[in-house]
Design a protein around this ligand. Structure first.
Ligand code: A2H
Length: 253
Protein backbone atom coordinates (compact mmCIF):
# COMPACT_ATOMS: atom_id res chain seq x y z
CA UNK A 1 0.00 0.00 0.00
CA UNK A 2 1.19 3.49 -0.86
CA UNK A 3 1.83 6.34 1.52
CA UNK A 4 -0.92 8.55 0.17
CA UNK A 5 -4.54 7.48 0.39
CA UNK A 6 -5.97 6.28 -2.91
CA UNK A 7 -9.14 8.16 -3.82
CA UNK A 8 -11.38 5.81 -5.79
CA UNK A 9 -14.70 6.27 -7.47
CA UNK A 10 -17.02 3.50 -6.30
CA UNK A 11 -19.62 2.80 -8.96
CA UNK A 12 -23.06 1.26 -8.41
CA UNK A 13 -23.86 -1.53 -10.90
CA UNK A 14 -27.42 -2.60 -10.18
CA UNK A 15 -28.19 -6.32 -10.20
CA UNK A 16 -30.83 -7.02 -12.84
CA UNK A 17 -30.78 -10.81 -12.62
CA UNK A 18 -28.80 -13.08 -10.32
CA UNK A 19 -26.86 -16.10 -11.51
CA UNK A 20 -28.68 -19.22 -10.14
CA UNK A 21 -26.29 -19.94 -7.23
CA UNK A 22 -26.15 -16.29 -6.19
CA UNK A 23 -29.96 -16.19 -6.26
CA UNK A 24 -30.00 -19.12 -3.85
CA UNK A 25 -27.46 -17.45 -1.54
CA UNK A 26 -29.46 -14.21 -1.23
CA UNK A 27 -32.97 -15.72 -1.23
CA UNK A 28 -35.03 -14.43 1.69
CA UNK A 29 -32.09 -12.49 3.13
CA UNK A 30 -33.08 -8.99 1.98
CA UNK A 31 -36.38 -7.12 1.52
CA UNK A 32 -38.11 -7.95 -1.79
CA UNK A 33 -38.02 -4.33 -2.95
CA UNK A 34 -34.37 -3.73 -2.04
CA UNK A 35 -31.87 -2.93 -4.78
CA UNK A 36 -28.53 -4.70 -4.81
CA UNK A 37 -25.40 -3.32 -6.44
CA UNK A 38 -22.01 -4.70 -7.33
CA UNK A 39 -19.65 -1.86 -6.41
CA UNK A 40 -16.32 -1.73 -8.27
CA UNK A 41 -13.67 0.82 -7.31
CA UNK A 42 -12.01 2.67 -10.19
CA UNK A 43 -9.37 5.34 -10.75
CA UNK A 44 -10.62 6.04 -14.27
CA UNK A 45 -14.19 7.35 -13.95
CA UNK A 46 -13.94 9.03 -17.37
CA UNK A 47 -13.70 5.62 -19.07
CA UNK A 48 -16.97 4.27 -17.66
CA UNK A 49 -18.71 4.75 -21.04
CA UNK A 50 -16.75 1.69 -22.17
CA UNK A 51 -17.72 -0.90 -19.54
CA UNK A 52 -18.30 -4.36 -21.05
CA UNK A 53 -18.42 -6.63 -17.98
CA UNK A 54 -17.70 -6.65 -14.25
CA UNK A 55 -14.94 -8.80 -12.75
CA UNK A 56 -14.96 -10.64 -9.43
CA UNK A 57 -12.33 -12.95 -7.97
CA UNK A 58 -13.83 -16.45 -8.24
CA UNK A 59 -12.33 -17.58 -4.90
CA UNK A 60 -13.13 -14.38 -3.00
CA UNK A 61 -16.02 -14.45 -0.51
CA UNK A 62 -18.16 -11.34 -0.83
CA UNK A 63 -20.84 -10.09 1.49
CA UNK A 64 -24.18 -8.45 0.81
CA UNK A 65 -23.90 -5.37 3.04
CA UNK A 66 -26.73 -3.08 4.01
CA UNK A 67 -26.00 0.46 2.80
CA UNK A 68 -29.48 1.75 3.62
CA UNK A 69 -32.99 0.32 4.15
CA UNK A 70 -33.42 -0.36 0.45
CA UNK A 71 -29.85 -0.65 -0.86
CA UNK A 72 -27.31 -3.43 -0.48
CA UNK A 73 -23.72 -3.60 -1.78
CA UNK A 74 -21.80 -6.69 -2.90
CA UNK A 75 -18.21 -6.04 -1.74
CA UNK A 76 -15.50 -7.57 0.43
CA UNK A 77 -15.79 -7.43 4.22
CA UNK A 78 -12.68 -5.28 4.28
CA UNK A 79 -14.31 -2.67 2.01
CA UNK A 80 -17.55 -2.81 4.01
CA UNK A 81 -15.66 -2.00 7.21
CA UNK A 82 -13.92 0.93 5.49
CA UNK A 83 -17.20 2.21 4.09
CA UNK A 84 -18.97 1.97 7.45
CA UNK A 85 -16.08 3.90 8.97
CA UNK A 86 -16.19 6.54 6.21
CA UNK A 87 -19.89 7.21 6.81
CA UNK A 88 -20.95 5.77 3.46
CA UNK A 89 -23.55 3.48 5.03
CA UNK A 90 -26.67 4.89 6.63
CA UNK A 91 -25.77 3.18 9.89
CA UNK A 92 -22.30 3.77 11.29
CA UNK A 93 -20.28 1.21 13.19
CA UNK A 94 -20.19 -2.50 12.43
CA UNK A 95 -21.46 -3.16 8.88
CA UNK A 96 -24.61 -5.26 8.66
CA UNK A 97 -24.21 -8.33 6.45
CA UNK A 98 -27.30 -9.98 4.97
CA UNK A 99 -25.58 -12.87 3.17
CA UNK A 100 -22.30 -14.31 1.93
CA UNK A 101 -21.76 -15.08 -1.71
CA UNK A 102 -18.73 -16.70 -3.32
CA UNK A 103 -17.25 -14.95 -6.37
CA UNK A 104 -17.66 -18.01 -8.57
CA UNK A 105 -21.39 -18.11 -7.70
CA UNK A 106 -21.77 -14.53 -8.96
CA UNK A 107 -20.51 -15.39 -12.46
CA UNK A 108 -23.20 -14.71 -15.04
CA UNK A 109 -25.14 -12.24 -12.89
CA UNK A 110 -26.54 -9.46 -15.08
CA UNK A 111 -25.84 -5.90 -13.96
CA UNK A 112 -26.59 -2.39 -15.16
CA UNK A 113 -23.42 -0.23 -15.38
CA UNK A 114 -23.98 3.54 -15.10
CA UNK A 115 -22.92 5.64 -18.12
CA UNK A 116 -21.94 2.63 -20.23
CA UNK A 117 -22.99 2.25 -23.86
CA UNK A 118 -23.73 -1.35 -22.95
CA UNK A 119 -26.74 -1.13 -20.64
CA UNK A 120 -26.50 -4.69 -19.34
CA UNK A 121 -23.25 -6.56 -18.77
CA UNK A 122 -22.31 -9.84 -17.08
CA UNK A 123 -20.25 -10.59 -14.01
CA UNK A 124 -17.17 -12.56 -15.13
CA UNK A 125 -14.15 -14.12 -13.35
CA UNK A 126 -10.68 -12.60 -13.09
CA UNK A 127 -8.13 -14.50 -10.99
CA UNK A 128 -5.93 -11.45 -10.46
CA UNK A 129 -8.56 -9.44 -8.60
CA UNK A 130 -7.12 -8.74 -5.16
CA UNK A 131 -9.33 -9.15 -2.09
CA UNK A 132 -7.05 -6.64 -0.35
CA UNK A 133 -7.61 -3.69 -2.69
CA UNK A 134 -10.62 -1.49 -3.38
CA UNK A 135 -13.88 -3.38 -3.04
CA UNK A 136 -12.66 -6.65 -4.60
CA UNK A 137 -14.86 -5.86 -7.59
CA UNK A 138 -13.40 -4.42 -10.83
CA UNK A 139 -15.42 -3.01 -13.70
CA UNK A 140 -13.97 -3.93 -17.08
CA UNK A 141 -13.07 -1.30 -19.67
CA UNK A 142 -11.13 -3.21 -22.34
CA UNK A 143 -10.66 -0.15 -24.57
CA UNK A 144 -8.43 1.53 -21.99
CA UNK A 145 -7.25 -1.06 -19.48
CA UNK A 146 -4.71 -3.63 -20.76
CA UNK A 147 -5.53 -5.99 -17.86
CA UNK A 148 -9.21 -5.88 -18.76
CA UNK A 149 -8.55 -6.36 -22.47
CA UNK A 150 -6.25 -9.34 -21.87
CA UNK A 151 -8.87 -10.91 -19.58
CA UNK A 152 -11.90 -10.51 -21.87
CA UNK A 153 -9.83 -11.87 -24.78
CA UNK A 154 -8.88 -14.90 -22.67
CA UNK A 155 -12.49 -15.42 -21.54
CA UNK A 156 -13.82 -15.31 -25.11
CA UNK A 157 -11.11 -17.74 -26.25
CA UNK A 158 -11.73 -20.26 -23.44
CA UNK A 159 -15.38 -19.66 -22.57
CA UNK A 160 -16.08 -23.36 -21.86
CA UNK A 161 -13.10 -23.66 -19.55
CA UNK A 162 -14.31 -20.66 -17.56
CA UNK A 163 -17.91 -21.90 -17.58
CA UNK A 164 -19.30 -18.81 -19.25
CA UNK A 165 -21.14 -18.01 -22.46
CA UNK A 166 -18.70 -16.76 -25.10
CA UNK A 167 -20.93 -13.83 -26.00
CA UNK A 168 -20.71 -12.49 -22.43
CA UNK A 169 -17.05 -11.66 -23.12
CA UNK A 170 -17.55 -10.41 -26.66
CA UNK A 171 -19.40 -7.14 -26.25
CA UNK A 172 -18.29 -4.49 -28.71
CA UNK A 173 -15.27 -2.46 -27.62
CA UNK A 174 -16.06 1.16 -28.40
CA UNK A 175 -13.37 3.91 -28.61
CA UNK A 176 -13.67 6.25 -25.61
CA UNK A 177 -10.37 8.16 -25.63
CA UNK A 178 -8.11 9.30 -28.49
CA UNK A 179 -4.38 9.32 -27.79
CA UNK A 180 -1.43 9.87 -30.18
CA UNK A 181 -1.07 6.07 -30.52
CA UNK A 182 -4.65 4.89 -30.88
CA UNK A 183 -8.33 5.31 -30.09
CA UNK A 184 -8.22 1.84 -28.52
CA UNK A 185 -5.10 2.17 -26.43
CA UNK A 186 -5.34 -1.06 -24.44
CA UNK A 187 -5.80 -3.41 -27.44
CA UNK A 188 -3.04 -1.45 -29.22
CA UNK A 189 -0.56 -1.94 -26.34
CA UNK A 190 -1.50 -5.57 -25.76
CA UNK A 191 -0.70 -6.27 -29.42
CA UNK A 192 2.43 -4.10 -29.45
CA UNK A 193 3.92 -5.76 -26.34
CA UNK A 194 2.90 -9.21 -27.65
CA UNK A 195 0.78 -10.01 -24.60
CA UNK A 196 -0.80 -13.43 -25.18
CA UNK A 197 -2.77 -13.89 -21.95
CA UNK A 198 -3.39 -12.49 -18.45
CA UNK A 199 -0.41 -14.63 -17.37
CA UNK A 200 2.03 -12.23 -19.08
CA UNK A 201 2.20 -10.27 -15.86
CA UNK A 202 5.43 -8.39 -16.55
CA UNK A 203 4.39 -7.03 -19.96
CA UNK A 204 0.93 -6.23 -18.59
CA UNK A 205 2.48 -4.12 -15.87
CA UNK A 206 4.42 -2.20 -18.51
CA UNK A 207 1.30 -1.82 -20.68
CA UNK A 208 -0.66 -0.59 -17.68
CA UNK A 209 1.92 2.12 -16.95
CA UNK A 210 2.10 3.21 -20.59
CA UNK A 211 -1.69 3.27 -20.91
CA UNK A 212 -2.14 5.26 -17.75
CA UNK A 213 0.41 7.93 -18.72
CA UNK A 214 -0.62 8.30 -22.33
CA UNK A 215 -4.33 8.10 -21.57
CA UNK A 216 -4.23 10.62 -18.76
CA UNK A 217 -1.74 13.19 -20.08
CA UNK A 218 -2.34 12.97 -23.84
CA UNK A 219 -5.85 11.59 -24.09
CA UNK A 220 -8.89 13.41 -25.44
CA UNK A 221 -12.47 12.33 -24.83
CA UNK A 222 -14.24 10.97 -27.92
CA UNK A 223 -17.65 10.43 -26.30
CA UNK A 224 -20.03 11.71 -23.68
CA UNK A 225 -20.86 15.17 -22.46
CA UNK A 226 -17.18 16.19 -22.41
CA UNK A 227 -16.24 14.92 -25.89
CA UNK A 228 -13.33 16.96 -27.27
CA UNK A 229 -11.96 17.79 -23.82
CA UNK A 230 -8.68 16.56 -22.40
CA UNK A 231 -8.95 13.49 -20.16
CA UNK A 232 -7.27 15.46 -17.37
CA UNK A 233 -10.12 17.98 -17.46
CA UNK A 234 -12.95 15.54 -18.12
CA UNK A 235 -12.04 13.04 -15.38
CA UNK A 236 -13.19 15.10 -12.37
CA UNK A 237 -16.28 16.28 -14.25
CA UNK A 238 -17.45 12.78 -15.16
CA UNK A 239 -16.81 11.69 -11.59
CA UNK A 240 -18.77 14.60 -10.14
CA UNK A 241 -21.68 13.86 -12.48
CA UNK A 242 -21.82 10.22 -11.47
CA UNK A 243 -21.76 11.16 -7.81
CA UNK A 244 -24.44 13.82 -8.25
CA UNK A 245 -26.67 11.30 -10.03
CA UNK A 246 -26.31 8.92 -7.07
CA UNK A 247 -24.63 6.38 -9.33
CA UNK A 248 -21.24 6.56 -7.63
CA UNK A 249 -19.55 7.77 -4.45
CA UNK A 250 -16.08 8.63 -3.22
CA UNK A 251 -14.25 5.80 -1.51
CA UNK A 252 -10.69 6.03 -0.21
CA UNK A 253 -8.23 3.68 1.43
B1 A2H B 1 -9.21 0.73 -13.00
P1 A2H B 1 -4.46 0.90 -7.88
CL1 A2H B 1 -9.84 1.94 -17.89
N1 A2H B 1 -7.73 -5.98 -7.77
O1 A2H B 1 -10.58 1.02 -13.43
C1 A2H B 1 -7.15 -5.69 -8.94
N2 A2H B 1 -7.38 -4.54 -9.61
C2 A2H B 1 -8.21 -3.66 -9.07
C3 A2H B 1 -8.86 -3.89 -7.84
C4 A2H B 1 -8.59 -5.12 -7.17
N3 A2H B 1 -9.17 -5.44 -6.01
N4 A2H B 1 -9.66 -2.84 -7.55
C5 A2H B 1 -9.51 -1.97 -8.56
N5 A2H B 1 -8.66 -2.45 -9.50
C6 A2H B 1 -8.24 -1.85 -10.78
C7 A2H B 1 -10.68 1.17 -14.88
C8 A2H B 1 -9.28 1.29 -15.33
C9 A2H B 1 -8.40 1.03 -14.29
C10 A2H B 1 -8.79 1.63 -16.59
C11 A2H B 1 -7.43 1.71 -16.79
C12 A2H B 1 -6.55 1.42 -15.75
C13 A2H B 1 -7.05 1.08 -14.48
C14 A2H B 1 -11.40 -0.01 -15.48
N6 A2H B 1 -10.91 -1.26 -15.03
O2 A2H B 1 -6.23 0.80 -13.42
O3 A2H B 1 -3.56 -0.26 -7.65
C15 A2H B 1 -9.22 -0.81 -11.26
O4 A2H B 1 -9.14 -0.68 -12.67
C16 A2H B 1 -4.84 0.79 -13.63
C17 A2H B 1 -4.11 1.21 -12.38
O5 A2H B 1 -5.28 1.26 -6.69
C18 A2H B 1 -8.70 0.52 -10.71
O6 A2H B 1 -8.90 1.46 -11.79
O7 A2H B 1 -3.68 2.02 -8.48
C19 A2H B 1 -7.25 0.24 -10.45
O8 A2H B 1 -7.03 -1.17 -10.57
C20 A2H B 1 -6.78 0.67 -9.07
O9 A2H B 1 -5.44 0.35 -9.00
Amino acid sequence: EGVLPQEYTALKLKVVEWAPKAAEAVKGKIPEDAKVYLVPATLRAETMYGQTCCFVGPTITYGLYKASEKEYFVITERAAKNMAYQGIFEKEGVPEKAADVLGSDLIGTLVNPPLSFHKEVRVLPMESVLATKGTGVVTSVPSDSPDDYAMVTELAKKADFYGIKKEWAELEIIPIIQTPSSDLLAPYLVKKLKIASPKDVKQLLEAKELAYKEGFYQGKMLVGEFAGEKVEDAKPKVRAQLIKAGEAFAYSE
